[in-house]
Design a protein around this ligand. Structure first.
Ligand SMILES: Nc1nc2c(c(=O)[nH]1)N[C@H]1C(S)=C(S)[C@@H](COP(=O)(O)OP(=O)(O)OC[C@H]3O[C@@H](n4cnc5c(N)ncnc54)[C@H](O)[C@@H]3O)O[C@H]1N2
Ligand code: MOO
Length: 391
């Protein structure tokens, strides 16, 4: 049995960023990581652009100008403006090269085809020079950048369509257990509705992963062995729930052994999730998560989350804060424990109902409190180590 710290270090050490690349249409690249430097194909803005609605002037030593034309956004003509002349111009319109300032309309009086300014304009005021953001051929965005809405918009503004990004891990979720039935089936004695696969898929989707497939295996060695063999060959990560403890019908461990999977650790000194398995088969990482749903979700956040985040090139660790306890909790046993809790503005409340089967408690939680093994109770106002869940 390993400690929580040893388990997490082993997960981080063995989870490598996926280095294979692909190209995807920009609109499908949200949260992807750029796999190559992007050099701008154009000047941005592509032309001298008016930042305001007003008048473009060819400045002279007087405050009055004669109005000689108009350019609006989208126009492509370029009127010649002589010294002492002005044109009407609008935000986003190209500023003719003969204009040297744009004066906002609020500071202009218009009378009989002439305009009168309140004060002398500054050279180039309210004109965005061509290439102000980025010049053609210049580095626009560095390899390794995460494509958040700002980057997506920026690349779109440069007219880019297909973007080189790192592939995201392909992930298989496998559920085990003859007791599991699907929604829509009649709940007969001894059966329960399967929930872990939907829960884990949802957790992965909410983190931006999309290559996720769901599978079930029956409680038999043959079925478990053959399904796992195929899934290991096709995926970067296999998440198995259930069948990892010591029951006579827990075939996952036996099948993984039969497939010559390297065990990195099995069993972590923690509650919930003691029977957590982590191993490697070729390039594929394998987690055997406990079947108990709340234990599976805790292990997801504490171990699978860092692993997939790292594979995808994201920050691997959950945000950790120190918070003041606003509740009292007495621990049973001497295992370190992750407790479902609500964190708000520096205070944390440990919830009732910490059983590893109880998902209902998780629906209320936004954090996990880590309680050391030798600590027997949490008192009001104690300082606690809190992991904030990405929910
Ligand atoms: N003699 C011992 N028994 C158990 C130990 C132990 O150390 N010695 N550990 C206990 C702990 S702690 C846990 S956690 C569980 C883990 O068991 P498994 O991972 O092998 O999971 P199962 O036995 O298959 O299932 C446990 C529980 O969860 C339900 N389950 C399973 N899969 C799903 C699913 N996809 N959706 C919803 N619910 C699921 C299953 O029906 C069981 O109720 O072992 C303890 N036993
Ligand atoms: O280790 Mo188990 O997950 O406590 O129920």
């Amino acid at each position: 049995m390993v400690s929580i710290e040893e388990a997490l270090n082993a997960v981080l050490k063995n989870s490598k960023k996926i280095s294979s690349e692909t190209k995807l249409p920009l609109e499908n690249c949200t949260n992807a990581i750029l796999s190559q430097d992007i050099f701008s194909p154009i000047n941005m803005p592509p032309f001298r652009q008016s930042a305001m609605d007003g008048y473009a002037v060819n400045a002279h030593e007087h405050l009055s100008y004669s109005l000689v034309g108009e350019v609006k956004a989208g126009d492509s003509h370029q009127p010649k403006i002589n010294s002492g002349e002005a044109i009407r111009i609008f935000t986003g319109a190209p500023v003719p090269s003969s204009a040297n300032a744009v004066v906002i309309q609020e500071e202009v009086e218009v009378k009989n085809g002439n305009i009168f300014l309140e004060k002398f304009p500054r050279e180039k005021q309210n004109i965005r020079p061509a290439g102000e953001q980025v010049r053609e051929g210049e580095l626009a965005l560095k390899k390794g950048s995460k494509l958040t809405p700002a980057e997506i918009g920026y690349l779109a503004s440069l007219g880019l369509e297909n973007i080189p990004i790192y592939k995201k891990p392909a992930i298989a979720i496998v559920t085990t257990g003859n007791e599991l039935i699907s929604a829509g089936e009649t709940l007969t004695y001894g059966k329960i509705y399967e929930s872990n696969s939907k829960m884990l898929k949802s957790a992965l989707i909410s983190l931006g992963f999309d290559k996720i497939s769901l599978h079930t295996v029956k409680d038999s060695y043959e079925d478990t062995y053959h399904k796992l063999k195929d899934l290991i060959a096709e995926n970067d990560l296999v998440l198995i729930t259930g069948g990892v403890s010591v029951g006579d019908y827990d075939f996952v461990g036996q099948a993984l052994k039969g497939l010559e999977t390297k065990e990195i650790f099995y069993k972590v000194n923690q509650k919930p999730g003691k029977p957590l398995f982590f191993g490697k088969n070729g390039r594929t990482l394998i987690f055997g998560l406990p079947g108990n749903p709340a234990a599976a979700l805790t292990c997801f956040y504490m171990y699978v989350y860092p692993s997939v985040q790292k594979m995808a090139g994201y920050d691997p660790l959950l945000k950790k804060v120190i918070a003041t306890s606003s509740s009292h909790f007495v621990k049973k046993g001497d295992r370190p424990q992750f407790l479902k809790a609500i964190y708000k503005e520096g205070k944390v409340t440990v919830l009732e109902g910490q059983s590893s089967a109880m998902l209902q408690t998780f629906t209320l939680a936004n954090a996990l409190v880590k309680m050391d093994g030798d600590r027997e109770e949490i008192k009001i106002n104690d300082s606690l180590e809190v992991f904030l869940l990405p929910v």
